[in-house]
Design a protein around this ligand. Structure first.
Ligand SMILES: Nc1ncnc2c1ncn2[C@@H]1O[C@H](COP(=O)(O)OP(=O)(O)OP(=O)(O)O)[C@@H](O)[C@H]1O
Ligand SMILES: Nc1ncnc2c1ncn2[C@@H]1O[C@H](COP(=O)(O)OP(=O)(O)OP(=O)(O)O)[C@@H](O)[C@H]1O
Ligand SMILES: [Mg+2]
Ligand SMILES: [Mg+2]
Lengths: 463, 463
């Protein structure tokens, strides 16, 4: 009488859309815009192309909108288009480098929400270097697999002789644009601030156009895939790395599988674990593996992680972006050194701004949060950055909540520890919290110096 | 050069444990306890058995604990044990009635966290009416499938001639019991308050025992599986219901597929949709289906959902539980009438208590949140109940933040709209928010009357 069932990921998420950021028609249209724009920016950056994205939202009917997004990225290889948008947990981003996408579900969830609320397929035109694919895609939700129109996708693929590349997506969904409008505009504005090399045009349903021109003409260096950092490694990860390199001597394996481990460190770690460094990986016993992992986790002297898998803003670019958008007289950004949590390299960048067009609610502290260049506009109360700000005694820095200052926190990592699949807020990881705290103290001190100077200047002027 | 990959759900969640409530060793041991205890209580209630649960946490080594839980429930059929704990999205609770479990992943995630951090299998002894199964289970994470010891589970199954039934689980995991202790104890205490028919014993690593005896000797009525309520139905759900009943006339289909639709309402809805009531379901065109769903969503006159799929506390039982635990002089509970959001029936119960052992932080309002009899102890800031409390002008009710009063919100539904897979907080659904708001106003007024009486009594005594 108990009915045991298995569900596919698509089936599961179709009944749990709240955990993916599709709570209601207001939030859904925001999340869909977010997921599509992040995909376009990821694709352009990974292909080393200065992004040019046209976003348009048209009204189709009462409470029904069409989101159209067009980018100048590399396009999507035709054979991967159906599953990229018709299968949950399908992605080209399951690799260890900084990108906005990571879950392999954002695009598919937007398509699913559109399908659930309007029954309409998503329309994709993908122009790669050699081919153009023009496809409509729905999701077989029970099976977690795409249904393509035409059924044989190759009937809709032809050679690309236009010289242009990029992806165009049209998605129809139930939405409440009026109530989502302010958040969508803020999201695009903050995206332009944190990705000043991107050109983004946005056309609203009523025809109003917004254009964010490129402010810089160069991309940040493309992140390279990294090996895991040994700090915080766990037994499962260790065993998976072993499975890829079973015949190496364990001392060589440690150097090859992890970043920041050289020959000397490898021998040190194995010494403390009491494991013969010349033993082959596939000959290690369970207890030896356990001791190696324990020794890795206790080891204090690892080189900090190499930052080549990350693409931080950089202090100057971040300050310039904030100045341009908020027009503040004082802006200071600090980039903390690279660290790792649970094997994942990360860099925290903290900025503070005073004056200009900063609008602060009474008694509140204005906090802008970013993760891998994604602006986070919801659910800030439980976010790790909010927790840090609560601990700061702002009086010591010459300000109080409600004063015209704003704090900016940008976390870059190969794996952002989101608490929700809707990428709303970030988990309270002690290593990350510490870096945010140190960064906030540093920039808060700089702001205090600036305010003191301002104060002295006022006094000299009065006298 | 782009590496497109598909991941199984287990593989995905093994790298995204933060979205499931396993953020770190403190939170993980709490979440594992939660998931296991909720499974035991669900199983006993569904089998109409007064729950008796023994929970024990033992220290195994430095930062390593064993959680052992034993219940007197129906046990798990041996053929379903491996996948119940070794496969994500496998569940007997994918049905439309109130239960704590719903996702089909809690138990498996606890096993996975234990395996990732200690490589140990979970040990399960399941005693059903006729069989005893004694199995160790690990998860093939890449494949999302169980690895059982013994490989042929039937070698570990024998007849049950003990006359006893129930499930015993031993799970070894990395945890930080010291820092999780307070929350675990609070969780068990609040569970005893909201499930006063359960007997729960808890033994801590240092040997201290806590026993929560049964306060009532009867179970709430067992929820029955419900049909969806038409309010807020969407096109995808409608099509799936159609697929189950293709040959009925659409007027009969509406009455059979949904609760709260009688013949008269069915004809009304079809009339507004301009669809022939005698047309067979499998003959309906896309446009007709669209109009029917639109008409269902706009229809104002549906009977409220039948509450037989829900198991609210009831005002008296809730008040008694609060009085017993907090010893407050004044406790008032209001049960709101059954409503629905997005096709899911729900009932909100709100209570307020004044005085007694209520501890409130300065300037804060003490809020206890429950969903389907699960105490929610984390991430309250973004919860729908917190949003409601922020809108209340407490001065009008004779109290201010920091006074010794507490608000309790219990939401029962066939589908609780959690925002996280760790079941931390609840999405801001307008229908639910409205019922909480109305309930809080009602109980706040009762508290004001009580405080006024108290005030008058003081004055008469002085005079
Ligand atoms: N505009 C685009 N240009 C090129 N490739 C794209 C584009 N949009 C999506 N893709 C491809 O489709 C895949 C699936 O996208 P989807 O948004 O579902 O997941 P993701 O971006 O990998 O992860 P996340 O769920 O975190 O966004 C991506 O990994 C990428 O390879
Ligand atoms: N103590 C128990 N007694 C009887 N059955 C159990 C017990 N624990 C687990 N089960 C069975 O195992 C299944 C899987 O449990 P699991 O916790 O993974 O998912 P769930 O409870 O269905 O949903 P959720 O993820 O929301 O908890 C349950 O649906 C139930 O059938
Ligand atoms: Mg994406
Ligand atoms: Mg469960």
């Amino acid at each position: 009488k108990l009915d045991f069932k298995e569900k596919s990921p698509a089936d599961f998420f179709s009944e749990n859309m709240d955990v993916c950021g599709f709570d209601n028609p207001i939030r859904a249209i925001y999340t869909a815009v977010r997921e599509l724009l992040e995909n376009s920016l990821d694709a352009c950056e990974a292909a080393d192309v200065l992004p040019k994205v046209n976003l348009e939202i048209r009204k189709e009917g009462e409470g029904i909108y069409v989101i159209r997004i067009e980018d100048n990225g590399p396009g999507i290889p035709p054979e991967h288009v159906p599953e990229s948008f018709g299968k949950i947990f399908y992605s080209s981003k399951y690799v260890m480098k900084q990108q906005r996408g990571r879950f392999g579900m954002g695009g598919t969830m937007a398509v699913m929400y559109g399908q659930i609320t309007t029954q309409r397929p998503v329309h994709i035109v993908s122009m790669t270097e050699k081919q153009i694919a023009d496809l409509k895609i729905k999701i077989d939700i029970i099976r977690n697999s795409p249904i393509t129109e035409p059924e044989n996708i190759w009937k809709a693929v032809k050679p690309n002789d236009t010289g242009k590349q990029g992806t165009t997506i049209e998605l129809t969904l139930e939405g409440n644009y009026q109530r989502a409008r302010e958040k969508i505009l803020e999201y695009i504005k903050q995206t332009a601030m944190i990705a000043p090399y991107a050109e983004i045009s946005f056309t609203e349903p009523d025809g109003s156009k917004h254009l964010y021109k490129r402010e810089v003409e160069y991309l940040p260096p493309i992140p390279k895939e990294a090996k895991p950092h040994p700090r915080g490694v766990n037994l499962e990860l260790f065993r998976r790395l072993m499975a890829k390199d079973p015949r190496s001597k364990v001392s060589n394996f440690l150097v090859k599988a992890f970043q920041s481990i050289g020959r000397k460190t490898s021998l040190e770690v194995l010494g403390k674990a009491d494991v013969n460094p010349d033993k082959r990986v596939n000959k290690l016993g369970s207890e030896e593996i356990r001791r190696i992992v324990k020794s890795l986790r206790k080891h204090k002297g690892f080189r900090p992680p190499d930052a080549s898998s990350l693409a931080p803003m950089g202090e100057e670019m971040f300050e310039a972006g904030i100045k341009r958008v908020l027009k503040s007289e004082f802006v200071k950004c600090i980039q903390r050194p690279p660290k790792a949590y649970e094997g994942n390299p990360f860099i925290v960048e903290v900025a503070i701004a005073y004056g200009g067009e900063i609008k602060v609610k009474e008694g509140e502290i204005k906090l802008y949060r970013f993760a891998n260049r994604i602006p986070l506009l919801y659910d800030e109360w439980n976010d790790v950055s909010t927790r840090v700000l609560k601990r700061i005694n702002w009086k010591r820095y010459g300000v109080k909540p409600g004063d015209p200052f704003a704090v900016f926190v940008h976390i870059c990592s190969t794996n952002i520890p989101y608490k929700t699949l809707g990428k709303e807020y970030i988990a309270n990881k002690p290593e990350i919290r510490r870096e945010i705290y140190m960064g906030v103290l540093q920039v808060a001190r700089e702001m205090r110096n600036y305010l003191n100077k301002l104060e002295r200047k006022k006094k000299t002027e009065k006298a």
